[in-house]
Each structure stands twice: as C-alpha cells, then as structure tokens.
Design a protein around this ligand. Sequence first.
Ligand code: NAP
Length: 262
Amino acid sequence: PPLGSLAGLPGLRLIQSLWAGVDRLLQDPTLPPGVPIARMVDPAMNEAMAQTALWAVLSLHRGFFQVQAQQRERLWRQPPQPRAQEWRVLVLGLGELGGRVAQAIAGQGYAVSGWSRSARALEGLPTLHGEAALAEALGQADTVVNLLPLTPQTRGFFDAPRLAGFKPGASLVNLARGAHVDEPALLAALDAGRLGHAVLDVFAIEPLPEAHPFWRHPRVTVLPHTAAQTDRRSAAAVVALNLQALRQGLPLLHGVDAGRGY
Ligand code: NAP
C-alpha cells in the first residue's frame, strides 16, 4: 500500500502482505507499532520462481541468449556445450523461494550450492553461510542466482568489490530486488567483459526507464518483474488461513521479524 496508508487504521490487528518481500512495507515510518506482519508464502509462487530460475540458468549454461542475438544477425554459430554437472550455480538466500529454486536447478543436474545468513540444510546440496565462505563460492560459480530479501544488510549487495570477486565471465541472475545491485557497477563489469551476462527481473526504478542502458545492452536480459507473481487462487487460501489463526488466537503463519527486515 502507499506509504502512510496504514497509519490511520486504529483497529488494525494484522498486516498481511500479498507479496513475499516486505522491504517496502517495512520502510513505512508510519507503520503502526505492535501490529503483526505476515508475508506471502505461496507454493504456486515458489513454482513460478523455480521455472524462471531454471530457464535463466539453462539459457546461460547453453549460450541460448547469445544464440538469440545471433539470429537477429543471421549468424550460424554453435555455442560450447558443457555438461550440467560442470556448471556451478550458487543460490543466495535459501528461504521459501531460494530453497525451492536450488532444488529445482539441482534436479536438472547442475552443481548447485546455496548460501544463507544462518546455517541451513538443504537435502543433498552443499550449503554455506558467512562472508568467508561466500567469497570462495562466488569465485567459483558460473551463475549466481540472487534470492535474498532486501534488508539494510543486503542493500547494494552486488557492488563493485563483490562483482570483482565473481569468476571471470560468470553471470548474475537477479530475481529478488533491484536495490541489491549497484547498477552502474554492474554495467561497468558487463562492459569490461568481467561478467558474461545478467538476467535482471528487478531494478532500482520500475518500470525500467526507457533510456536505461540495460534495455539495449547485449549482455543483459530484461524481465518486467515477472519472475514469480502472486497467484490469487492459492494466495487467497494463505490469507484465509492466517485470518482464521488470528481469530482463534493461534500462531500466525509466515510472520515477519521487522527487526531482522524479512
Ligand atoms: P525468505 O523465505 O525470508 O528467505 C530469505 C533467505 O535469505 C533466508 O535463507 C535468509 O537466511 C537469507 N538471508 C537474509 N538476509 C541475509 C543476509 N544478510 N545474508 C545472507 N543471507 C540472508 O524469503 P523468500 O520468500 O525466499 O523471498 C526472497 C525474496 O525474493 C523476497 O524478499 C523478495 O525480495 C524476492 N521476490 C521476488 C519476486 C519476483 O517476482 N522477482 C517474487 C517474490 C519474491 P536465513 O535462512 O538464515 O534466515
């Protein structure tokens, strides 16, 4: 909702976000204190996110974005064909979305590892936490998929020093929030050829302004914030369950820790 719109509701007992990310909601300085906040966790949204991530990883691994560009030039050129198990994918954020994405990508044979704030176990997959482990994993990954929430700790996460730590020629898939990325730093890394490609679903300003260099950049694929939309059919059931829990005084589902930021 627009900033400030929840401030005038004295009877408010629950703020149920219809989005998975609550970064914008938490930035509202007039948010009524003490009212619990729940976010959307929707299996249909998780599946949609897994599809988008899988498409991006597969296209990057097989060079299909370049092939698409070649078609416009009528160029017949076969890209290299590494095996999936030779393609390392690092998923940042192992929550509802990141966890599902990591498993979906691993299900296609890719060498997947995941990183989160605290230690997390994912069946059959190596997981990491902490800065030192991240630096090493970033330097080895062919494709990095971002599914972190936007918090004060993760704002500007992909800045110039972090991007410099990527494996040369690696690709970034940002499916989380635009503010995770320092856009000029990303452009510089792409222009210098240090990064091979970026698949971007989210941007600092949305819709992406017409004059933005991402639109026409040969190493950028732009999506209109469509990686995973809320599916009203399944999301409505999640909201109904939470209303029921509230009325019965039971613990709420998918509660947000405002202090933590997600
Ligand atoms: P979630 O369940 O809250 O999971 C967040 C994950 O990120 C957790 O594993 C958490 O670690 C980790 N994390 C948080 N802060 C971290 C930090 N500072 N360093 C390292 N790891 C950190 O969130 P989700 O439901 O998966 O959603 C993730 C984000 O996706 C949302 O916040 C939203 O921005 C984005 N999203 C985008 C779209 C789209 O269409 N593009 C759609 C929906 C959501 P712990 O496990 O230790 O808590």
